[in-house]
Design a protein around this ligand. Structure first.
Ligand code: MRU
Length: 344
C-alpha cells in the first residue's frame, strides 16, 4: 500500500518542487525552487523535513547550483560550487542523510564533464529511487516482525512525507497493515512542530489505517495501558555503535518501552548510518529557536521573560534498541560489531 498522491519532493526537469509541510494538513501548497539558496532556505525552515527527504532535496540543490555555476566564468565555478555544497550540507546538522547526499553529489560532480547538470540530475534521481526502493524493502522486513493484531506507537513523522515515498517507520506500519499484522497505531503529537498530529495522523488516515493521536506526555501511560507491543520510529543518524539520533522524545519512548516490555524498532536506510561517528555523544543535536517552544501558532503563551531550551533531537542508546531495520537487513540489539557487519 502506498499513497502515490503524496509527493513531498519532486523534480520536474527544471526545478525542485517541494510540498510545504508547514501548512499541512490544512493547505497543500507547492514551492518551486530554481536555485540552491531557496533549497537551503526550504530545508532550514522546515518546508521539507525528515532525514531522507532533506537528503534528496539537498541533492537536487546541487543540480541547481551546477546550473547556475555553468553560466559563470570558468575561474569562478569551483569556488561557487564549494560554497553551494557547504551551504546545502549545513542547512540542518543532525540528519546525516543531508551530508551523505551532498557528498555523493560532490563525488559525482568531480567525475563529470565541464557542464555536469544532466549527470548530476541523473544522480539525484538515483538517490530518490534508491530511497523509495529501500523504504519498500524495510517495510516488508519490519512488518514480518509484527504479530497479527499488533498495536504500535510511532513518533514524529517517518512517513512518505519524510522520504521519497512510503516511509521508514510508516513504511513498516503500511506493510504490516497490508499483511493484516496491525490493529491500531498511536501517533504522538510531537511538540513543537506537531509532525505527529499534522503529518503522521493525516498520512495514516488517508491510507485508512486506524490511528489515534496522543499527547507526548501520555506515551508511557498509553504503552502500559493499551497493550502497545512495538514502538516504531525512524532515525536521523545511527552511529557506529548503534546509538540512534531521532526526534526529541524518542529516547523517553525507548525507556518507557523497555520498562513496560514493549519492543523498540528503529527503521532507517543505510544512508542514515554514519560509521564515521563513533557514538551518539558525537552527534550534533540541532537546537532551534526558543519561540518554537514559547509560542503556539505564532501566539506567545509563556509569560514575558520566560526562557526556553529547544533541542529538537535526542540520542537513544543502542542498548535500548531491540531491532534496527535497514534495506540491508535486520539487526537485533545493534552494537559496533553488528553495525560494521551490516554495513560491510
Ligand atoms: O525535524 P524533522 O521533522 O526533520 O525530524 C524528523 C525526524 O526526526 C524523523 O523521525 C527522521 O528524520 C526519520 S524520517 C524517515
Amino acid at each position: 500500500m502506498t499513497d502515490l498522491r503524496l509527493a513531498p519532493v519532486r523534480w520536474d526537469g527544471e526545478a525542485l518542487i517541494l510540498l510545504d509541510q508547514r501548512l499541512l494538513p490544512r493547505q497543500e501548497n507547492y514551492l518551486r525552487c530554481t536555485d540552491h539558496t531557496s533549497v537551503v532556505e526550504a530545508i532550514a525552515t522546515m518546508v521539507v523535513r525528515g532525514a531522507p527527504a532533506i537528503g534528496i532535496a539537498g541533492a537536487f540543490g546541487v543540480v541547481l547550483a551546477a546550473r547556475f555555476a555553468s553560466r559563470l566564468p570558468e575561474v569562478r565555478r569551483v569556488e561557487y560550487m564549494d560554497i553551494a555544497l557547504r551551504e546545502l550540507r549545513e542547512a540542518r546538522p543532525t540528519a546525516v542523510n543531508l551530508a551523505w547526499a551532498v557528498d555523493r553529489m560532490a563525488t559525482c560532480l568531480r567525475g563529470a564533464a565541464a557542464h555536469p547538470e544532466a549527470t548530476l540530475a541523473e544522480e539525484a534521481c538515483r538517490i530518490f529511487e534508491e530511497d523509495l526502493a529501500a523504504n519498500h524493502r524495510m517495510g516488508d522486513l519490519g512488518a514480518a516482525l509484527l504479530s497479527p493484531g499488533a498495536r504500535v506507537m510511532t513518533h514524529c513523522n517517518a512517513g512518505a512525507l519524510a522520504t521519497a515515498g512510503y516511509g521508514t517507520a510508516l513504511g513498516v506500519i503500511r506493510s504490516a497493515w497490508r499483511d493484516g499484522h496491525l490493529s491500531e497505531v498511536f501517533a504522538t503529537e510531537t511538540r513543537p512542530w506537531l509532525q505527529g498530529a499534522r503529518l503522521t495522523a493525516w498520512e495514516l488516515q488517508r491510507d485508512g489505517i486506524p490511528v489515534r493521536l496522543i499527547t507526548d506526555g501520555s506515551a508511557a501511560h498509553v504503552i502500559r495501558t493499551q497493550g502497545v507491543s512495538w514502538v516504531i520510529v525512524g532515525a536521523d543518524r545511527v552511529a557506529a555503535n548503534g546509538d540512534v539520533a531521532n526526534k526529541i522524545g524518542t529516547y523517553a519512548l525507548a525507556v518507557a518501552a523497555r520498562h513496560h516490555g514493549a519492543r523498540f524498532m528503529v527503521v532507517a536506510p543505510s544512508s542514515t548510518v554514519d560509521l564515521s561517528t563513533a557514538s551518539g555523544e558525537a552527534i550534533h543535536i540541532e537546537e532551534r529557536a526558543a519561540s518554537e517552544v514559547l509560542e503556539v501558532a505564532g501566539t506567545r503563551f509563556a509569560a514575558p521573560g520566560v526562557e526556553a531550551l529547544n533541542p529538537v533531537f535526542d540520542v537513544t542508546p543502542a542498548a535500548l534498541v531491540d531491532v534496527l531495520v535497514t534495506e540491508r537487513g535486520v539487526l537485533e540489539r545493534p552494537d559496533s560489531a553488528g553495525m560494521a557487519a551490516l554495513m560491510a
